[in-house]
Design a protein around this ligand. Structure first.
Ligand code: FAD
Length: 313
């Protein structure tokens, strides 16, 4: 039998749990499905030093456990399960969980996050949390006055390289092509930065180090007659080759941008479907931080409450 709820939250990162805190305190009796990664991306990191309220820092798993406890304290119903399909063309909205159970919801808050893309090198997993990162804003601080490499040639890679150059002593930007794909202004800023050395036509093919990343194996002109192999010594290895928003099930139901991020009204979590809201990294290709995810989770819950109240639901 179908279950009917006033507010369904999909995803258990900072956006989902924050939405659950606000929605339960507003008496919406929210149900939250955690998905395949309960606690979201922060459960894969050790120290989080930039989430307000933790002057000594906190580990990612502890922070997420605290958020979950806070949501549970106000009555949020947090469940295991993955949303496998949705139908937003009807009222109430229908969300199928684990291919079986159908939840009918007056409002839906989507907070399914986004996953960073990696090169697929076995060494990326081997050195996870030991020098490999996909977030300069999160981890750059740990590399003050150290040497780092950034992989990528687009705007994000250039932004991350410039950000890291403000902290590190040197930044290698490893670019597969013979040019940067980034906008002209970003290219100019990178090329003018004395701390950044761009390695064009280069592929990172492996990492090395005893107790963490100590360097990158690089191949220039890979597969060509003039192929050249060399190593660079670095303390940190940053991926900046894009993210994949977790929006496969929303294709054809919501407006998505060319990468797959949910398009929301500027500055608001409202989507193109009334009563459906998006919060966190799933709708944010720019900031991708725990605090911004939490902030938009709060906005989404407030909007859900107002929508229900306006409709008299
Ligand atoms: P996520 O945390 O990505 O959570 C998404 C949730 O959706 C997961 O629970 C997943 O299981 C669920 N989900 C996905 N699909 C489905 C589905 N179909 N059905 C049900 N559930 C689903 N940010 C900082 O501010 N500071 C840091 O120090 C920091 N360090 C980081 C370190 C690492 C290694 C990584 C990867 C990220 C880091 N970030 C940091 C970024 C931060 O983790 C993200 O910005 C934040 O987690 C985004 O929150 P979110 O709620 O949008 O989504």
């Amino acid at each position: 039998m179908n279950e009917k709820v006033r507010c369904l939250i999909i995803g258990s990162g900072p956006a989902g749990y924050t939405a659950a805190i606000y929605a339960s305190r507003a008496n919406l009796a929210p149900i939250l499905y955690e998905g395949i990664q309960p606690g979201g991306q922060l459960t894969t990191t050790t120290e989080v030093e930039n989430f307000p309220g933790y002057p000594e820092g906190i580990t990612g798993p502890e922070l997420m456990e605290d958020l979950k406890k806070q949501a549970t304290r106000f009555g949020a119903d947090i469940r295991n399960g993955i949303a496998t399909s949705v139908d937003f063309n009807c009222y109430p909205k229908k969300v199928t969980i684990d291919g079986e159970k159908v939840i009918e919801a007056d409002t839906v808050i989507i907070s399914t996050g986004a996953s960073a893309k990696y090169l697929g090198l076995p060494d990326e997993a081997k050195y996870a949390g030991m020098g490999v990162s996909a977030c300069a804003t999160c981890d750059g601080f740990f590399y003050r006055k150290k040497v780092v490499a950034v992989v990528g040639g687009g705007d994000t890679a250039c932004e991350e390289a410039i950000y890291l150059a403000g902290l590190a002593s040197k930044v290698f930007l490893i670019v597969r092509k013979s040019f940067l794909r980034a906008s002209k202004v970003m290219q100019d800023r990178v090329m003018a930065n004395e701390k950044i050395e761009v390695l064009f036509e280069c592929n990172a093919v492996g990492l090395f180090g005893e107790n963490g990343v100590e360097g990158v194996h690089v191949v220039r002109h890979m597969g060509e007659a003039n192929e050249e192999k060399f190593d660079i010594a670095v303390d940190g290895f940053f991926l900046a080759i894009g993210h994949t928003p977790n929006t496969e099930i929303f294709k054809g139901q919501l407006n998505l941008d060319s990468v797959g991020y949910i398009i929301t009204e500027p500055g608001r979590p409202t989507t193109c479907v009334e009563g459906v809201f998006a919060a966190g990294d799933v709708a944010d290709s720019i900031y991708r931080q725990a605090i911004t995810a939490a902030g938009t989770g709060c906005q989404a819950a407030i909007e859900a409450e107002r929508y229900l109240s306006e409709k008299g639901l």
